[in-house]
Design a protein around this ligand. Structure first.
Ligand code: CU
Length: 101
């Protein structure tokens, strides 16, 4: 089943898990706030490396948005922290032979 992303009109985006859970219980709207993750990536040697990391991590269940930059040697992810973890995303990247931290 695919998650539907809806933002509550009363809600503000917070990185704080406790604040988000308070909002989740308050609001009648089903809220799914994505966890934001920024990591540096070591070992990329061309744009295809970035594309590969992007495609593989997009395939992780719960990952909603990915942008990997070869030029900046880093990436940004948005994921549902009830479905996946930072560790799971890192594991996929390491499986391709890169380091992410
Ligand atoms: Cu490459």
């Amino acid at each position: 089943m695919r998650a539907v992303l809806m933002y509550c009109p009363h809600e503000f985006i917070s990185d704080n898990k406790e604040i988000r859970s308070i909002y989740k219980s308050y609001c009648k709207t089903k809220i799914m706030v994505m966890q934001k993750l920024h990591m540096d990536i070591e070992g990329m040697h061309c744009g295809a490396c970035a594309t590969g990391i992007q495609m593989v991590t997009e395939g992780v269940d719960g990952v909603q948005k990915v942008f990997v930059s070869y030029d900046a040697k880093n990436g940004d992810w948005e994921y549902d922290d009830e479905k996946t973890t930072k560790e799971a995303i890192v594991k996929e990247i390491e499986g391709l032979g890169y380091k992410a931290h």
